[in-house]
Design a binder for this molecule. Structure first.
Ligand SMILES: C[S@@+](CC[C@H](N)C(=O)[O-])C[C@H]1O[C@@H](n2cnc3c(N)ncnc32)[C@H](O)[C@@H]1O
Length: 246
């Protein structure tokens, strides 16, 4: 089923590149979301609305194919995750992204998911991105400014910081929701500490073989961890190690 989905996206993309498909960017973004709904990746109306509102085309570097269901290189040995992974993480985190809640996006990259989080928690909540490549922080800020989440950068309910995400962002902890966009060898203790009781973290864990883990902190502070699915992410590592890897 997944391969069929990829083929559909490639077909739409090919038609687009050859001028046989004449819809505008927002129509293509909408078509991508509808495809993810048809294949059951997106079930929630709220997630569909947010992914329709935040145009992925604003977050993929020029020359890329933003509406293909594939990760894409964004420089600095980093990628923007595939649309189905963004959708799956939003689905897993929706209950922890209610208006007024606090969300931390570790390894915020292009800023796409941080922008989605900001729309979900609204101006009375906080969406915080942490990324260790300064150039990506600068470009993600420009991407977000052009998007529907732009006003939240101005009102302060969305912020992106240059930092080592393995330490989280303690200034605004605890968080109802933590998303980690890069694979950690194990779950960083600082992130568990910064998760609010009742909160949820979604984090890829592993090196060669990786699992997307769902970490729930119960109201009494006990923590449960379960595997959601096998995944392939770039590593959550030091800036130097990332820039030297090839
Ligand atoms: C898969 S990429 C981007 C994911 C992002 N959700 C997106 O779709 O644009 C993972 C990101 O994690 C960042 N990263 C890796 N290790 C990090 C660390 N220790 N601290 C902060 N960011 C880190 C990388 O620079 C990269 O931008």
């Amino acid at each position: 089923m997944y391969y069929l989905l990829c083929t559909m996206f490639l077909l739409v993309g090919t038609l687009t590149q050859h001028g046989l498909w004449s819809s505008g960017a927002s129509d293509k973004n909408k078509a991508m979301v509808e495809q993810l709904q048809r294949y059951g990746v997106i079930k929630s109306t709220k997630v569909a609305e947010v992914m329709e509102t935040i145009d992925r085309g604003l977050f993929v570097p020029p020359g890329g194919s933003p509406y293909f269901d594939s990760p894409m290189a964004i420089g600095y040995n980093a990628t923007i995750s595939a649309p189905h992974m963004h959708a799956a993480c939003l689905e897993l985190l929706e209950d922890h992204l209610q208006p007024g809640m606090r969300a931390l996006d570790v390894g915020s990259g292009t800023g796409y998911l941080t922008a989605c989080f900001a729309l979900m928690v609204g101006p009375e909540g906080r969406a915080v991105g942490v990324e260790h490549i300064p150039e990506l922080v600068a470009s993600s800020t420009e991407n977000i400014k052009k998007s529907a989440a732009g006003p939240q950068l101005s009102d302060g309910s969305l912020s992106i910081h240059i930092a080592d995400g393995r330490e989280g962002w303690p200034e605004l902890a605890p968080y109802d929701c933590i998303h980690v966009g890069a694979a950690a060898p194990q779950i960083p203790e600082a992130l568990i500490e910064q998760l609010k009781p009742g909160g949820r973290m979604v984090i890829p864990v592993g090196t060669v073989f990786q699992e997307l883990k769902v970490v729930d902190k119960k109201l009494d502070g006990t923590v449960t961890v379960r595997d959601e699915t096998s995944v392939r992410y770039v590593p959550l590592t030091s800036k130097d190690a990332q820039l030297q890897s090839n």
